[in-house]
Structures are given as C-alpha cells and as structure tokens.
Design a protein around this ligand. Structure first.
Ligand SMILES: C[S@@+](CC[C@H](N)C(=O)[O-])C[C@H]1O[C@@H](n2cnc3c(N)ncnc32)[C@H](O)[C@@H]1O
Length: 210
C-alpha cells in the first residue's frame, strides 16, 4: 500500500515536471518564433532590381506642404510620389486635402515605414504604397506627380511622364529641375532648416519631352 502511494506520488511529480518543462519551452521559444516570422516576412520583400535614382533624404514637412500647395492639390487629385521614402507626401495630401495617393520606392524598409505611417495617419482608404521602380510605374491616372530625385533621374522620368500624363496634370519637383523644360512656376524660400530651397511646377500639355 505504502509502495503504491510512493509510485503514485512519483508519477504526479514526473507529470508536473514535464508540464513545467513544456510550458517553459513554449514561453521561451514564442518570441523567437515570432521574430523569425517577421524576419522571413521582411526577407520576402526583396529590393527590385532597379536603378538608384536618389539616396533617401526625407523632405521636411514644411516643404511637403509647399509642394502640395504649389501643385494646388484638392480632393479630386490622385497624387503619385515617385521614390516615396516614408510616404509623407501622399499621406499629407490625403490628410490635408482628402486626395488619393500612391507612393513607390525600391527600398523595402521605406515601404514598411510608409505603411506604418499610413496606418498611424488613418488614411489607408486613400493611399497605397508599392515596392516598385519609379521608372516602370504607370502614372497615366495621376493628376499630380511629385519627385525628390536627382536631376539626371528627373530627366530619365521626363519622357515617361510627359508621354503618360494627361494634359493638365502637374509635376512638382523638389530642388532638382526637369532640365530645359521651362517650369510653369517656381517657389523659392527658406525652409525650416534655414536652407534656401526651390520647388518646380510643370504642367503636362500632351507634348512628349525627351
Ligand atoms: C530623396 S528620397 C525622397 C523621399 C520622399 N519622396 C520625400 O520627399 O520625403 C528618394 C527616394 O527615392 C527612392 N528611390 C531611388 N531609386 C528609386 C527607383 N528606381 N524607384 C523608386 N524609388 C527609388 C529612394 O529609396 C528614396 O527613398
């Protein structure tokens, strides 16, 4: 009888120890499995094989406001930012004016940031971000295109934009112009960092400019 009691006690002790061991293993491995899941989600977002049109330098929020104002953005617009970084231009256009927007970038980290900012801004119904090369992005439905890309990159985009955009669509470039295409308007001012900055406004007129 006593022997049976000891055997039973040992079995209960063994079962308890096993439960504790399994619980510990599950708790310890949970965060690791979670972060592995995130890592694999990130690594599936491969950078497209595309030319580097500019390094990442975000436009100051005060300058974003002036770009949108130079373009005369309204609720009726579809704003496309080519090389969108953290998405601040289409997000601001949606928040301030209720405009629809698209941002494309070749850097998966930027697209992740843009999507996080989009969620925080609560305008997911208006704006979309894509991991995509600006040079192969369809802009035919855009009514406003914005860029903060190097001069040579703007010149690569020029024939694409002027071919696809409908007459009346506006292009606003930050700091770097579109070469010998005369802008409809420029805006030169001292920005919040104290730098003198120029923005260029171009209006598509149906003429393809190489
Ligand atoms: C100067 S930042 C401008 C970011 C944003 N538009 C802004 O004004 O804050 C240029 C961005 O272009 C992106 N970029 C460079 N080459 C690109 C390409 N071929 N297609 C799309 N994006 C590109 C970079 O990853 C970077 O985020």
């Amino acid at each position: 009888m006593v022997r049976r009691f000891y055997m039973l006690t040992n079995m209960i002790y063994f079962a308890n120890s096993l439960t504790i061991l399994i619980t510990f293993f599950l708790l310890a491995s949970a965060p690791t499995l979670g972060s592995q899941g995130t890592q694999s989600a990130q690594s599936t977002q491969k950078r497209p094989d595309a030319p580097q049109l500019a390094p990442y330098v975000p436009t100051g929020h005060d300058v974003v406001d002036r770009m949108l104002s130079l373009a005369g953005v309204t609720k009726a617009d579809f704003v496309v930012d080519l090389g969108c970084g953290d998405g601040r231009i289409p997000i601001a256009a949606a928040k301030k004016y209720g405009a629809r927007g698209l941002g494309v970038d070749i850097d998966p980290v930027r697209i992740q940031e843009a999507n996080a900012n989009l969620k925080a801004a609560g305008v997911q119904n208006l704006v979309e971000f894509r991991l995509q090369d600006a040079l192969t992005t369809d802009v035919s439905n855009a009514t406003v295109v914005t860029t903060f890309l190097l001069s040579a990159s703007n010149l690569r985009l020029r024939p694409i934009l002027t071919k696809q955009l409908k007459p009346g669509a506006r292009i606003v470039t930050n700091t770097f112009s579109m070469g010998d295409w005369t802008p409809a308007k420029t805006d030169t001012f001292v920005d919040a960092t104290g730098r003198t900055r120029t923005l260029y406004l171009y209006v598509a007129d149906g003429k393809v400019r190489q």
